[in-house]
Design a protein around this ligand. Sequence first.
Ligand SMILES: Nc1nc2c(c(=O)[nH]1)N[C@H]1C(S)=C(S)[C@@H](COP(=O)(O)OP(=O)(O)OC[C@H]3O[C@@H](n4cnc5c(=O)[nH]c(N)nc54)[C@H](O)[C@@H]3O)O[C@H]1N2
Ligand SMILES: Nc1nc2c(c(=O)[nH]1)N[C@H]1C(S)=C(S)[C@@H](COP(=O)(O)OP(=O)(O)OC[C@H]3O[C@@H](n4cnc5c(=O)[nH]c(N)nc54)[C@H](O)[C@@H]3O)O[C@H]1N2
Ligand code: SF4
Ligand SMILES: [Mo]
Length: 732
Amino acid sequence: MPILSRRRFLKISTGAAGLVAAGCTDSADFSSSLFASAEGAETIRTVPTSCDICFWKCGAIAHVRDGQLWKIEGNPVDPLSRGRLCPRGTGGVGAHYDRNRLRVPLLRRERRGEEEWVEVTWDQALNFTAEKLLKIKSEYGPEAVALFVHGLGGKFLRHTMKAFGTPNIAAPSYAQCRGPRDVGFSLTFGEGVSTPERTDIANARCLVLIGTHLGENMHNTQVQEFAEAIDKGATIIVVDPRFSVAASKAKHYLPIKPGTDLALLLAWMNVLVAEELYDKDYVESYGFGFEAFAAEVAPFTPEWAYPKTGIDPTSIRETARAMARDKPATLVHPGRHVTWYGDDAQRSRAIALLNALLGSWGRKGGFYYPGHMEVPGYPYPPYPKPSRGKADNAEGKYPFADGTLTQGIRDATITGAPYPVKAWMVYGTNLLQALPAKQETIKAIQELDLMAVVDVVPSEVAGWADVVFPESIYLERYDDLNVGWFKEPFIALRQPVVEPPDGQKPGWWIARQLAVKLGLEEFYPWTQIEEYLDHRLKAAGTSLVEMKEKGVLPGPKQPLYFDEGVPAEFYTPSGKIEFYSLQLKEAGFDPVPKFTPPEEPPPGHFRLLYGRAPVHSFSRTQTNPVLSEMMNENEVWINADVARRYGLDSTSHVRLKNQDGVVSSPIRVKATQRIRSDCVFMVHGFGQTSKGLFPRYRRGASDADLITRYEIDPLMGGTGMSVNFVALELEV
Ligand SMILES: Nc1nc2c(c(=O)[nH]1)N[C@H]1C(S)=C(S)[C@@H](COP(=O)(O)OP(=O)(O)OC[C@H]3O[C@@H](n4cnc5c(=O)[nH]c(N)nc54)[C@H](O)[C@@H]3O)O[C@H]1N2
Ligand SMILES: Nc1nc2c(c(=O)[nH]1)N[C@H]1C(S)=C(S)[C@@H](COP(=O)(O)OP(=O)(O)OC[C@H]3O[C@@H](n4cnc5c(=O)[nH]c(N)nc54)[C@H](O)[C@@H]3O)O[C@H]1N2
Ligand code: SF4
Ligand SMILES: [Mo]
């Protein structure tokens, strides 16, 4: 049996994406067992499971050598991974060996946030939490308990909290990520883009990326399809103030002034309408309010957009014509992390409208119709009906919010209105890093009677908890089934590959034990998750035995486009694609998006932009020894001419000071012509301050610390976070 050497292992990591060049250095403290010599290897066992380093949930095959977790590869039958993991997924083994891991349950000893703990038993931690929750319920009602949760592993805690009776369940993937996009698309087509996105990238003849930095944003299937589209000669148009990895693959790169994309979108639509380049049959068959829309976009010529965006009229016209040439196989990617400037739902709606003009919704190379496998839920008793509505958007201030606003719950916790929120249960979300205005998050935490965190490492959010539950990592546990909506439907199982090193427990077990202690046992008629999974799988015509062997069960092929027989139905009020939105008009908003210029940076300041690096996920992988070996700190990208003026080069460190006087930890400079001179860019997730992390994992600076300001989207409550400005402090 050939054994991978360490070099080859890392090569898989970086090669999988085909687009990434990540360097690596020797690791000082990485567990020797992973890279042990091949000599004497005896048994190799493979276990199909699914990745959880990000929420794409790729099907994976884990290899265990001599009882030790060894490597992970893509599961060839899985439509998400298509047999290949991204570099983060390949590095997932590091999560098991992470020396920073939480080992035992912890109770706070001193004041909140001081990270002084007493180690306790599971029973003590669960009893403490259950007693507090019951007390809060009796004093304030069950709605006074909020759950913040991100990811598949949190499914069961969600179930427990619903059974407890709270409607306040929120994830940062809505108001800090893709909420505005789905609202913008729903207002236009009657449906959102969902996740995994229903984008037919592989078949696009022309692909437009606005910010979406595929190749750094490593959502696996999208990156693979992007590479395929490039191979097939698709025209790539990239709009980004920074010359991203995606920009390096583009025929047209438009280095836009940050915050002005809506002006560019209006100008593109203006050209398509004025030059009659749009898909007339499609618009006639499916469109509502096109005449009124055309009149609205008439003034917004490329000449109008030029001084706003910095993109010259010739480039705007040329790119609009390029899009029209390949329609309907022109995909203007909807983006994912779109909470930028507070006008994000309208910007997303403009992207939806541009796609509508190109006829790409429901067409090959545009947006397909996803399908999913029928897997019945477990027959639980009905949840109690909360006597009060959600606390986050009580008066319907954000009329188009269709998800729970994390920062709305935070506001309610601070103000006690519309009613007191007294406990936060937190699973798999680092609220200190994910929500803007950390000072408000801390203020809210100080108002709580209970904060319980389920995490795998001593993250910043865990540092503020009263009680911390150490979860086993994804390679050591079962989670709920993944029955995603996708191009090819599938059922996927996450199952344990190895034992947790210190008796850490899976999320389902924690959620179930808590429910039992809360007197909610009737909501858990099963005792082991295997019973639950087998019940659901048998109801779907398979079984746990089969799924444990296969990991992923792909479903039958299905029609994807209108011309394959998918009926063209639009769940909007008019039943059509709404070029002009009466819903918006009636609610007092622009029926066709309008552009408002963003605030300029004050003198000596730069707009702070942030994004992803190929080898890390959010703030969740910085302590992973494999991934931190490839990148263990972030850098601040500064335009090379600006850097020279400040006497900086790529060996320098600076601190960043924002408009409110918050100063970052030192961060290395990347002096580069690949970014405009009015902004700087850094990768999110670094610069965490938890005492519990080994010092080498506290490197770099945190964008979240500098995001003290945010602009709320008036339609749906998303928090635009690219509205902060920083100056360079040269004294480090
Ligand atoms: N400043 C800033 N804010 C952002 C973003 C940004 O780029 N910059 N991005 C936004 C976006 S797009 C999103 S989707 C959100 C993401 O927001 P989150 O999903 O909250 O992401 P993280 O901040 O990485 O928090 C993940 C937490 O889960 C823990 N964790 C990891 N694995 C496990 C596990 O198996 N079990 C448990 N119980 N916990 C685990 C990690 O240690 C970490 O504490 O953040 C948003 N907020
Ligand atoms: N490796 C890796 N991949 C990930 C993740 C991860 O943590 N790590 N997280 C996943 C998640 S949950 C999400 S939501 C996505 C996020 O990934 P995307 O949705 O791609 O994130 P964005 O914030 O759109 O993209 C950041 C890019 O936008 C550019 N940008 C900033 N401001 C502007 C502007 O005003 N106009 C334009 N046109 N561009 C601008 C930045 O320079 C940067 O290149 O990534 C996913 N994939
Ligand atoms: S995209 Fe990468 S990190 Fe995310 S689930 Fe897939 S392999 Fe794992
Ligand atoms: Mo996200």
